[in-house]
Design a protein around this ligand. Structure first.
Ligand code: AMP
Length: 633
């Protein structure tokens, strides 16, 4: 492990170890094999089904992980999966998720799918990727995953085989028997052949019986958002996957570390970054409950779980930090060295409260599925700037580009954040070619080079990146991406609705919540309450149902008649903050929300009589918003 404290350290790392490094695995299988060779007897992956800190847990050493990945890869090959074929995983976190994640990449291409999606959305991903095998759960009491999978399989009949993982195997004997009796019957019958995962892999040899390729190729499909009928599927290569793992093993983790990861492995942050880095460094990965942070009792037992495993790194997201701060630190967490947060902006106040309560520094990072994940992080051994997502990781270049002139912005000037790295697949980010058309700025040779993230931000003189807003149309609710189109299409289907614009409104807990502004047809009388009921009925995904619907006489539109979202975002900020001030009894109002060239979207506050500045600052610290005093106040 080498020091990574500054831009100068990054340059030294890059000079010392050019990409790709000669002595680092080139594929996922090689990474797993190396973990077994170097750290074989050490604890590799730990999973516990229940959140109780004394509950049963299963730990595989890195040797066992390697052998079981080998068995699973052989099974997939025997089911006809070869290099270009897709294996979809509709699984919550569990040991089998880890095994099939690596094995699917070894035999073919892995496609992890969010089990919270609706069956139609799952089916559209299965069809888009041409999945041949689906690994999913066997029907279990209190889980609807098997039911969703069955419905999706009816809509995606080209899936040939279903590998069923039985989570009941993690239960103690009597509970397992009871769970067996209580298994819900599936409502529908699909055509795919059903195979028991555990039994089938046990029948396979541990060494791959086929020649495992060593060349670079597409190894995974991760969908982004996927909340509309047409999910965007991004593709990642081995070079991007091993690159993310290398960064962790080079600058952050060693085999003596224990990473507490209650984040889902169907997302790149959990699998490519955290699991990948654990595998590359030999650190132990702990997965508490299938649903991670969403698991029953996880927040209440969280600090005790840290103590149980003597975790050294806590992998987290702002919503989870916020929930953890509602509970006292009630266990010995002195083993913890650092918390790593990503996925969404971390409000300043939350950052400070967490540092005070847990005595732990948070390293905020930034990544995206389209870049295989990692882009920037506050340097683990160097200064962490609050409100910044840190500096570009080694071998990643960040350029802030003015979307109008397409020239790089000066230091401190806001533009679109663009990225070049081994994780970026220029010109081929999405499986659908049409989606790649405007996704890149060209390099000197005119070829696609700089990935446009759709995030707005600026670089400071020390190379730290600050995200100030978003140009892409996305609502990020607690790290979960919602496509506004899903909300807009659903509401626009109402005969009294003329136009809809859905945006994210700031929220101290979830970061953003969806809200919708509606323009009605002439003489319409429908109310926001009725529209909300309509939205509940017609928006498949619970998380996408707008928290607030407002009717405007006319929606703001651009010259070509498109709904002008920035104006709606300003309205939403103004409404939410004014309500929050009122609720807190603060003599403050939002005077103006305005785009600033250097600072991004700025909220200007007017102060009234008896204004309490401390209470005001505490409240504002809970939002990831840039604010200032209104000139006359
Ligand atoms: P995903 O592909 O699901 O990981 O989403 C990527 C997007 O999440 C980025 O393009 C950003 O808009 C957002 N994001 C990720 N990390 C952060 C962060 N630390 N602060 C603000 N936004 C973030």
């Amino acid at each position: 492990m080498v020091a990574f404290a500054s831009v100068a350290d990054r340059a030294a790392i890059e000079a010392h170890t050019p990409w790709p490094p000669a002595d680092f695995p080139a594929t996922s299988w090689q990474m797993v094999q190396r973990a077994a060779d170097q750290f074989g007897a050490r604890r590799g992956v730990t999973f516990q089904l229940l959140s109780d800190p004394r509950a049963r847990a299963e730990t595989l050493t890195w040797s066992q992980v390697r052998d079981k990945v080998g068995q699973t890869a052989n099974l997939l090959r025997s089911l006809g999966v070869s290099e270009g074929d897709t294996v979809a995983l509709l699984l919550p976190n569990c040991t089998e998720m880890v095994l099939s994640y690596f094995a699917a990449q070894t035999a073919g291409i892995v496609c992890p799918i969010n089990p919270l999606l609706e069956p139609e959305q799952i089916a559209s991903i299965l069809r888009e990727t041409g999945a041949k095998v689906l690994v999913t759960l066997k029907s279990m009491p209190s889980s609807d995953v098997a039911q969703k999978a069955a419905l999706a399989l009816v809509l995606a009949p080209e899936v040939e085989t279903v590998l069923e993982v039985d989570l009941a195997r993690y239960l103690p004997f009597f509970k397992r028997i009871i769970a067996g009796f209580m298994r819900p019957k599936l409502d529908v019958q699909h055509q795919a052949k059903v195979v028991d995962f555990t039994r089938a892999i046990a029948a396979q040899p541990v060494d791959p019986v086929f020649e495992v390729g060593t060349h670079d190729r597409v190894a995974s499909y991760f969908h982004t958002g996927g909340t509309t009928g047409l999910p965007k599927v991004a593709q990642q290569r081995f070079s991007g996957i091993t690159y993310n793992a290398w960064v962790g093993a080079h600058v952050l983790f060693t085999e003596r570390d224990v990473m507490m990861c209650p984040l889902p492995l169907f997302h790149v942050f959990g699998s490519v970054v955290v699991l990948g880095m654990a595998t590359a460094s030999g650190a132990e990965l702990v997965l508490p409950t299938p649903a991670g942070y969403r698991g029953k009792g996880v927040f209440d037992n969280f600090w005790k779980l840290i103590a149980r495993y003597r975790a050294t790194f806590l992998i987290t997201v702002p919503t989870a930090i916020s929930a953890l701060m509602q509970r006292p630190v009630d266990a010995d967490i002195s083993s913890l060295k650092l918390a790593i947060s990503g996925s969404a902006a971390l409000p300043v106040e939350l950052y400070k409260r967490f540092e005070d309560a847990a005595g732990l520094t948070i390293c905020e990072g930034y990544g995206m599925t389209e870049a295989t994940c990692l882009v920037a992080v506050n340097p683990p051994n160097g200064p962490k700037k609050i409100g910044s997502v840190g500096i570009a990781v080694p071998h990643t270049k960040i350029r802030v580009i003015d979307p109008v002139t397409q020239f790089p912005c000066a230091v401190g000037e806001v533009g679109e954040i663009c990225v070049q790295s081994p994780g970026v697949f220029p010109g081929h980010t999405y499986t659908e070619d049409a989606r790649n058309a405007d996704l890149f700025y060209p390099g000197a040779d005119g070829q696609p080079l700089w990935l446009r993230t759709g995030d707005l931000g600026k670089l400071d003189a020390d190379g730290y990146i600050f995200i100030t807003g978003r140009s892409k149309d996305l609502i990020i609710r607690g790290g979960h991406n919602i496509d506004p189109a899903e909300i807009e299409e659903a509401l626009a289907a109402h005969p009294e609705v003329a136009f809809v614009g859905a945006v994210g409104q700031p929220d101290p807990h979830a970061g953003e919540l969806p809200c919708a502004y509606v323009e009605l047809v002439r003489d319409a009388t429908i109310t926001p309450t009725e529209l909300t009921a309509f939205a509940r009925k017609h928006i498949a995904e619970r998380a996408a149902v707008p928290r607030h619907i407002e009717v405007l006489d006319e929606l703001p539109k651009t010259a070509v008649g498109k709904i002008f979202k920035p104006a709606l975002r300003k309205l939403a900020i103004q409404r939410v903050l004014d309500e929050a001030f009122k609720h807190a009894g603060l003599a403050a109002t939002v005077a103006l929300v305005e785009e600033d060239r250097k600072r991004g979207l700025v909220t200007y506050i007017a102060r009234g009589d008896g204004f309490d500045e401390d209470a005001f600052r505490a409240l504002m610290g809970r939002y990831a918003l840039v604010w200032d005093w209104a000139p006359a106040s």
